[in-house]
Every structure is written in structure tokens, then in C-alpha cells.
Design a protein around this ligand. Structure first.
Ligand SMILES: Cc1ncc(COP(=O)(O)O)c(C=O)c1O
Length: 369
């Protein structure tokens, strides 16, 4: 069997930047959840995306949790949440004992539909926050969504876990709302093996998030706690990997873009295939190349054919409002996200992939038609 081709696997820099920063942490014995790599990774990421402040955390999920907390979300508050996403977007709403209301996607962006969002505002005027995702590195339609959040005076949190390197009209995703989060999980465009970042222009709220993330230790000689705390900080070793990875982010985006265009140019003529949207205002990072199939060849046929050749692919996320755990919560929209789930496939988008491998994948898929 030939070597497995992955959907999206860790890809360290050829230059060894990550090891250099990790070595520094060892040499200075800063193997702790604080240190210069953490401080610098926070500053470097904030500068890259154009945000005033950032807190490095143990995961993207913990960053979403602290974003909700920083936005003042508490028990029984309603939070509008993109339905077409990974469960990690929605779970922290439950950690806060708040109530998610799931919002449909539209075909133009695959992300939160501004029309469905407006309907939701009319139905739930007491809503406290909007939590949207930039799926697969495609940006949501921010002008319309930001305008609605301003009109209804609610906090906006962007789950940009999949969209580091994605720009909407020249502005980095994750910086439009009150809070943005990024993930450095193993399959993301850059990885630290696991980790996350919370960003905001509100420096006071970011220091508060750091405080909660370090068990809410009050300033006292003894251990004193006036608030509930969490162990959510990123370690100085992990942050070293992040600093190295950040240096190659632009190259990774270029390669993902190449992969997307390769598939698009070589598969678009097949009946029933449509690639994820490419809006003129969106400069995606193309984290995963995804397509929908509406003809007689189904996503499962493509995924099985690839798996038989030891090639990883996966379905588009199953929407939250039809997940057994979340189906009791309300949903506003039509059937767009369900259709994207039924018809969608994510193709191998590993930045280490070679042209021969892309050609093989295209050949296998074309062979089904
Ligand atoms: C959309 C989305 N949100 C949140 C997360 C959670 O990030 P993490 O795995 O770093 O907790 C992920 C990925 O894992 C994701 O894809």
C-alpha cells in the first residue's frame, strides 16, 4: 500500500524555526505555562491579524469558552450560533449554561446566513451574543452580520479556528467582532500540536481572560481566589512551536490555494460537482478544499474510492441542530446546511501533498464518472 495521504496534517517549517524556539525554552528552563515564547507568540499573532491583544490558551475550545465569559454570557442567556460547524463551536455555550439557537448557512458563503440571522433577532430580541464560524477558511459575510449585531446591540464572537490567514475585504477574520479565536490543533493550517488564541481590541478583557485561564489567582502572597478559575494557559514550549509556525503561515496559505485550484481546474467539468464558493470580497486560506455532489455519484462513493487507495477525505460537518445532543435547541433557517452536509466532501488538503498525489486523487475521482 502506498503511503497514506492525509486530509491536513502537521507541517513544520523546513528551516526548523519551531525547534529553535523550543530549544530556547529548554535552554532557559522555561518549560512552564508562561515565558517569553508565550508573550511573543501573543504579540506576533496579534500583529499578524491586526488585533490589539491576544491570550495564548490550551485550545481553540477554551478560547471560545473564555470569549463567551468575557462577553458576559451566563446561565439562560441566548447565543446565536452557526449550525454548520464542528461541535467545539457550540459546546462552550453549554459550559456557560447558556442556550444556543442555531442559525442556518447560505449557499453564497456556506457560513451564517444574514437573512436567517435577522429572522432570529426578530424571534429572540433578548439574545446576548452571536457566535459565528468561518468554515473551512471561507469568510462569513461580515458587513451584513456586523451591521445586524450593531443594530441589535449584541456581542459578536468569531470562531476563526479554521481561518487563520483568511481576509474579508482586506481585514483579517476574527477581528470584526468583540472577540475572535484561533485554533492550533494538529489539523489546522498551522499547529502547535494543540492550542488556541483569543484576540480582541479590548486589552482589559484579554488580561481578564488570562487571569481566568490561570485559575483566577488574585494578587496576594497566599493562594486566594475570588472567582472561578480554569487551567487554560498555553505552555511556553508549545508557544515556541507556534512562533515558528507563524513564520510559514503565508506559504501554507499559498499551497492550500494551489491545492484548491488544482482540484477545481481538474474536476469542475464533472456533472454534479460544485466547489465551495469563492466570493470576490473573500481571500480564503483554503484550509480544506470542499465540494458538493448533486448528481448520481454521492459523497460516500468518492470517500470510499479514496479510502481504498489509502487517501483520507471526510464529509462536510453535520449541522449542530440535527446532532442528537443539540437537537432540542431551536434552529432558524431552511435546509441549506443540511444539504451541504448531505452533498459535501472535503478533499485531501495537506500542504505536504505533491503534484503526483494530486493527479492520482483527480484520476480516482474522475474514474467514478
Ligand atoms: C470550527 C472549529 N471551532 C473550534 C475548534 C476547536 O479548536 P481546538 O481543537 O483547538 O479546541 C475547531 C477545531 O478543532 C474547529 O474546527
Amino acid at each position: 500500500m502506498t503511503e497514506r495521504i492525509f486530509l491536513s496534517s502537521p507541517h513544520m517549517s523546513d528551516e526548523g524555526y519551531e525547534q529553535q524556539y523550543v530549544k530556547e525554552a529548554f535552554d532557559t528552563n522555561w518549560i512552564a505555562p508562561l515565558g517569553t515564547n508565550v508573550d511573543r507568540f501573543e504579540n506576533e499573532l496579534a500583529a499578524k491579524v491586526g488585533s490589539k491583544a491576544a491570550a495564548a490558551l490550551s485550545s481553540g475550545t477554551s478560547a471560545i469558552h473564555l470569549a463567551l465569559k468575557a462577553a458576559g454570557i451566563e446561565k439562560d442567556d441566548i447565543v446565536f450560533c452557526s449550525t454548520l460547524t464542528f461541535s467545539a463551536t457550540a459546546n462552550p455555550i453549554i459550559y456557560q449554561n447558556a442556550i444556543p439557537v442555531f442559525i442556518d448557512s447560505d449557499y453564497e458563503t456556506w457560513n451564517m446566513s444574514p437573512k436567517a440571522l435577522e429572522k432570529a433577532f426578530e424571534k429572540y430580541p433578548q439574545v446576548k451574543a452571536v457566535l459565528l464560524v468561518h468554515l473551512y477558511g471561507l469568510s462569513a459575510d461580515m458587513d451584513q452580520i456586523v451591521a445586524l449585531c450593531i443594530k441589535y446591540n449584541v456581542a459578536l464572537i468569531e470562531d476563526a479556528a479554521e481561518s487563520l490567514g483568511t481576509y474579508y475585504k482586506g481585514q483579517h477574520t476574527g477581528t470584526f467582532g468583540d472577540y475572535g479565536i484561533f485554533s492550533f490543533n494538529g489539523n489546522k493550517i498551522i499547529t502547535t500540536s494543540g492550542g488556541g488564541m483569543l484576540v480582541s481590541n479590548n486589552e482589559e478583557r484579554i488580561s481578564k481572560a488570562r487571569f481566568w485561564a490561570t485559575q483566577s489567582r488574585d494578587q496576594a502572597r497566599h493562594y486566594q481566589h475570588s472567582e472561578l478559575g480554569y487551567n487554560y494557559r498555553m505552555s511556553n514550549v508549545v508557544a515556541g512551536i507556534g512562533r515558528g509556525q507563524l513564520k510559514v503561515l503565508d506559504n501554507r496559505v499559498k499551497k492550500k490555494n494551489y491545492i484548491y485550484n488544482f482540484y477545481k481546474n481538474n474536476l469542475s467539468d464533472l456533472e454534479g460537482i460544485e466547489f465551495m464558493p469563492n466570493n470576490e470580497w473573500d481571500k480564503p486560506n483554503y484550509w480544506l478544499s470542499a465540494m458538493t455532489l448533486t448528481g448520481k455519484i454521492r459523497p460516500i462513493d468518492v470517500m470510499d474510492a479514496l479510502e481504498n487507495e489509502n487517501i483520507e477525505s471526510r464529509p462536510v460537518w453535520k449541522p449542530m441542530h440535527i446532532q442528537p445532543y443539540f437537537e432540542k435547541y431551536d434552529f432558524v433557517g431552511t435546509d441549506v446546511s443540511e444539504k451541504l452536509f448531505e452533498n459535501g466532501v472535503c478533499l485531501p488538503s495537506d500542504t505536504k501533498i505533491m503534484d503526483e498525489q494530486l493527479e492520482r486523487i483527480v484520476k480516482i475521482i474522475r474514474g467514478l464518472w
